[in-house]
Structures are given as structure tokens and as C-alpha cells.
Design a protein around this ligand. Structure first.
Ligand SMILES: [Zn+2]
Length: 230
């Protein structure tokens, strides 16, 4: 049954390419993280128990001795880390609650929150993406607490991700909560699937951008880039 599901998956194609054709190329298909309709039928407690069992099987298959004192707690640790930390952003119950305030200062220019450090994981290899996000918005009459900008980045980072989707998901959330198109997101990140394996390029970083509304003009893009470069 298991084997059947796997071989069926490998037979599927994306834009006419098979999984083997795609190889290490990081394609993504949708703004939304692809989730099953039944994703939250299982409790977090049950998910951790199941992941622990499955991860110990992986460790066993690669030949590790799970009776070793150093290794025996690893399946439980990985399960807890997956559900409660590094993939906690899959569950809408963990989405940050956003409170908006009236723009009493009448500050009508761009606000930039730069160098928001995040840790995510590549959905194609399940190894870390480490980067910095820079966010800008122009108030439509409402302002957001600065820490919430950081929390929105962390929420979407804590999923299996591709950088393009992470950028767009953050931009989309900002547009929705701030009720404006005038948002910008710039992400500069290192992908360990590129650095530590595959082509083993330790120096390259990937930059993705979203310039919405008033930010999507050559002069605003240059202005924003000047702030980010200093
Ligand atoms: Zn990858």
C-alpha cells in the first residue's frame, strides 16, 4: 500500500516534468502551502507520537542503534521540534493575533523594519533556510505594533517553504491586516540544501522581493534599497 502511493506520486508530473527531471530545482506551485483537507484532524499529541515512531524507523533504516543513550531520545525530540517549533506555522491556531492602532501621529511615510532574522526549512529537502526579512509599509490610517511584523515573518517561516512563497505569504498577510496595497517585502536567505549538499555553494544567497502599490515604482524601489544597504 505504502509503495503504491509512493510510486504513484513519482509518476505525477509538474508542468510536464517528473520529480526526477525537476531534481534540485526549487519550483513552487501555489501561494498557499499545499495542505491536506484533513491536516488538523489529528491532535498535536497524536502527531508527535506518530512522527516519533516514523522517525525512529528512518534512523533504524539508516543503521543507527536506537538503544544507544545518545540516540534513544532523538525520535521524541524531533517530533516535538517539528510540531511545536519548526513547523508550528502550518497550524492556523498559531497565527499571531494582530491588533491595529489608529495612526495618531499622522505619520504618512514608509516605515521599514529591517533585518528580521528567521529560520525556515526548504520543502524540497527539509534542511534549513536562514535569512533576513525586511518589511516596509505605508499606513492607510492604521498602524501595527512593530513586534507583530516580526511575528508574521516567524509564523510563515515555520513551515516547509520555498523562498518565493514565503515572500508572497508575508506580503499577502501584511496587505490584509494593514488594509493597504502599499507593502514591500525583501528577503535575503541562505539555503543549506544549496550550501551543504548538491552544488555545495556556500557563498551564494537568494534574494526575493515583493513591491506592492506605491512601492512598485523605480524611485521607491531605489529609496527602499538605499535604506536596506545602510
Ligand atoms: Zn532545497
Amino acid at each position: 500500500m505504502k509503495t503504491e502511493t509512493i510510486s504513484k506520486k513519482n509518476g505525477n508530473t509538474l508542468n510536464g516534468f517528473t520529480t526526477n527531471d525537476i531534481g534540485d530545482d526549487h519550483l513552487f506551485t501555489n501561494l498557499n502551502t499545499p495542505m491536506k483537507a484533513t491536516a488538523f484532524n489529528m491532535s498535536d499529541k497524536d502527531k508527535k507520537e506518530r512522527i516519533s515512531i516514523l522517525f525512529s524507523e528512518i534512523m533504524d533504516v539508516i543503521g543507527l542503534d536506537l538503544t544507544d543513550d545518545s540516540l534513544k531520545g532523538t525520535p521524541d525530540r524531533v517530533a516535538k521540534m517539528y510540531v511545536e517549533e519548526i513547523f508550528s506555522g502550518l497550524n492556523p491556531k498559531n497565527k499571531p493575533k494582530i491588533a491595529l492602532f489608529d495612526n495618531k501621529y499622522q505619520y504618512n511615510q514608509m516605515l521599514i523594519e529591517k533585518n528580521i532574522t528567521f529560520y525556515s526549512n526548504c520543502e524540497h529537502h527539509f534542511v534549513p533556510i536562514i535569512g533576513k526579512a525586511h518589511i516596509a509599509y505605508k499606513s492607510s490610517g492604521k498602524v501595527i505594533g512593530l513586534s507583530k511584523l516580526n511575528r508574521i515573518v516567524q509564523y510563515y517561516a515555520k513551515r516547509p517553504q520555498v523562498q518565493e512563497r514565503l515572500t508572497n505569504q508575508i506580503a499577502n498577510e501584511l496587505k490584509t491586516v494593514l488594509e493597504t496595497e502599499d507593502v514591500a517585502v525583501v528577503i535575503d536567505a541562505k539555503h543549506l540544501c544549496v550550501a551543504s549538499r548538491g552544488v555545495k555553494d556556500d557563498t551564494s544567497t537568494t534574494i526575493t522581493t515583493y513591491y506592492g502599490g506605491e512601492f512598485n515604482t523605480p524611485s521607491k524601489i531605489i529609496e527602499l534599497q538605499n535604506y536596506l544597504n545602510n
